[in-house]
Design a protein around this ligand. Structure first.
Ligand code: NI
Length: 134
């Protein structure tokens, strides 16, 4: 059984690799390498796959998942500059892939191992990334 919670957050980022020169960063990251950053309205869907607890009828009380997402996603990332404000990305390029990986790892530490965790992150209406630890 799978239960899911959707959240949104707004954040700025710049994609560049400090070990590349400007020309190579421009070639690889294009507009996303814009020196003065740019923003996205991110949406995230977190699904937990696990058994129904026969005593509660829940896979998980979604209020618990909501509180964890507030602490691990909304509070650290919403209205932030991911490159400048978030230590998670001090040495990690804040692509949708890496943001998803960071969030998945944070959630893995907070949730019982009986749950398989699936994270889908939309960076735009059309582009999304999915990670389930595999
Ligand atoms: Ni971007």
């Amino acid at each position: 059984m799978k239960v899911c919670r959707r959240e949104t957050f707004n954040a700025a980022h710049r994609l560049y690799n400090p070990s590349f020169d400007d020309a190579k960063n421009d070639a690889i990251f294009g507009k996303c390498n814009n020196l003065n950053y740019h923003g996205h309205n991110y949406a995230i869907l977190v699904c937990l796959d696990g058994p129904i607890d026969p005593e509660t009828g829940y896979v998980i009380d979604l209020k618990i998942l909501s509180d964890i997402l507030d602490e691990e996603v909304k509070e650290p990332f919403d209205h932030r500059n991911l490159n400048l404000d978030c230590p998670e990305f001090e040495n990690l390029i804040p692509t949708a892939e890496n943001i998803t990986l960071v969030i998945w790892n944070k959630l893995r530490k907070r949730l019982d191992s009986k749950y398989e965790i699936e994270v889908t992150l939309w960076e735009t209406e059309r582009n999304s990334v999915f990670y389930n630890g595999k």
